[in-house]
Design a protein around this ligand. Structure first.
Ligand SMILES: Nc1ncnc2c1ncn2[C@@H]1O[C@H](COP(=O)(O)OP(=O)(O)O)[C@@H](O)[C@H]1O
Ligand SMILES: [Mg+2]
Length: 409
């Protein structure tokens, strides 16, 4: 029986681990937390901090694995690439893994390849930051060079904003480095792209709607298909594919994020080298009938991905509404109890829904990806109706909170 090593075994990985076992694979999983939910689902589990590449490599060697992968965990991407290289297994290569997880390295590669993107500068200090803002202009976005999940991401409307937030952004960066880039208003799109034996296929583009205010970078609704048409759609697909090519990915699933201006211009925010978190794998399954986990497993094992697994089988409009605090459907405050998931699931068009709330936790205004405390996925004949259904269904959840949390300053 073939075996695969999962690097990271959190909630998002658990379903993928179960899927791998259902496909007849033996799963070895590592996570630094002994009670990570994915570990219990694996055939063999080890408590290993995946920042320790040698220890992960050793675990893989000991179990004689035939492949190594991660799902959703961006920080594990360079580790997976390094372990694959050390064990002589299929992988995306450490250079590509670096370019696809380090925002400055990525932007430099885009610049060399002529891929359309924001103006940017690397920043390690206040002095560099001021210099960067002169080049990049305002408004701007400040973010850690090597983090994710909206951690340490700030919108800068003045030089004072840089002074106020640089420290927090640097604190989220393992390498002590941030990037400052020009802010571009407009529609944000998520892409799913498959690189297969050097051939790069655009699978989906979907709208990624975001809340106003401090959580401006959090995707709180996904709508498929994207709401762009004609030349703009063609341009977005072209840019998504060009960005993946520029980073040197020849075998793997890529997750480009794009910004589309009112003038139809398309710029790349970033491209991740993994199955995205945030229910994007569910989007692929329900919207186009592609099982990204099976594709990723095959690529990790170096097995061919046949056309019938790689190409969309249908195109089903859908919407994913995340459960977030106001103006999302959840009340802010300390959770006493919640109920009604079965009502949500029974709502017309709803194909999947889940709630991650636990009693005693505080629902805060949306600031990070982690503030999404569940989701509803609905299908419909059109994307507009799917969104209406997902929103109506999300309101059927009953959440009882004890104290209304104060709004952030
Ligand atoms: N230059 C930019 N212009 C406008 N919005 C941006 C820009 N950079 C980032 N954002 C917003 O912030 C989000 C997070 O930025 P991103 O670079 O993807 O960081 P992370 O690694 O945390 O996902 C993006 O998805 C987008 O909504
Ligand atoms: Mg991102």
């Amino acid at each position: 029986m073939r075996s695969v090593l999962f690097v990271g075994a959190g909630r998002h990985q658990r379903r993928a681990i179960e899927r791998a076992r259902a496909l007849g694979l033996r799963v070895v999983a590592v996570d630094r937390s002994a009670d990570a939910p994915g570990l219990a689902a694996a055939d063999a589990a080890e408590t290993v901090d995946f920042r320790d590449v040698d220890a992960v490599t050793e675990a893989g060697r000991r179990h004689g694995v035939d492949g190594v992968l991660t799902v959703s965990a961006d920080r594990a991407v360079p580790v997976v690439a390094a372990v694959a290289e050390a064990l002589g297994l299929p992988g995306i290569g450490t250079e590509t893994a670096h370019a696809m997880t380090h925002k400055i390295a990525m932007r430099r590669q885009f610049a060399d390849a002529g891929v359309s993107q924001p103006r940017f500068a690397a920043v390690r200090s206040i002095a560099e930051g001021h210099h960067a803002l002169e080049r990049v202009g305002l408004p701007a976005v400040l973010k850690p060079a090597d983090s994710g999940g909206q951690r340490g991401v700030f919108l800068l409307e003045s030089v004072d904003d840089l002074d106020a937030h640089l420290h927090a952004a640097l604190a989220e960066s393992a390498g002590g480095e941030t990037i400052v880039e020009s802010f571009h208003d407009g529609l944000e799109l998520n892409g799913l792209v498959l690189a297969r034996a050097g051939d790069v296929i655009s699978l989906t583009l979907s709208d990624r709607l975001r809340p106003p205010g401090i959580g401006f970078g959090v995707g709180w609704t996904h709508v498929y298909p994207a709401s762009i048409y004609g030349d703009t759609l063609a341009e977005a697909e072209r840019v998504a594919v060009a960005a993946v090519r520029a980073l040197g990915l020849t075998n793997g699933i890529a997750f480009p994020q794009l910004l589309v201006g009112d003038d139809g211009s398309v710029r790349v925010v970033e491209v991740a080298a993994r199955i995205p978190g945030g229910q994007m794998a569910d989007l692929a399954r329900h919207a186009i009938g592609i099982d990204l986990v099976e594709v990723a497993l095959r690529q990790a094992l170096g097995v061919e991905v046949p056309d019938d697994l790689a190409y969309p089988r249908f195109s089903q409009p859908l919407a994913i509404r995340f459960l977030t605090a106001s103006p999302g459907p959840l009340p802010a405050g300390v959770v006493r109890s919640w109920s009604g998931l079965e009502r949500v699931l029974a709502f017309p068009g709803v194909v999947q829904a889940d709630v991650f709330l636990t009693a005693g936790e505080t629902i805060r205004p949306v600031r990070l990806d982690g503030d999404r405390r569940g989701y509803v996925i609905a299908i419909a004949p059109t994307n507009v109706e799917a969104l209406e259904r997902a929103e109506a269904a999300a309101r059927l959840l009953d959440v009882d909170v004890s104290v209304a949390a104060a709004a952030p300053a």
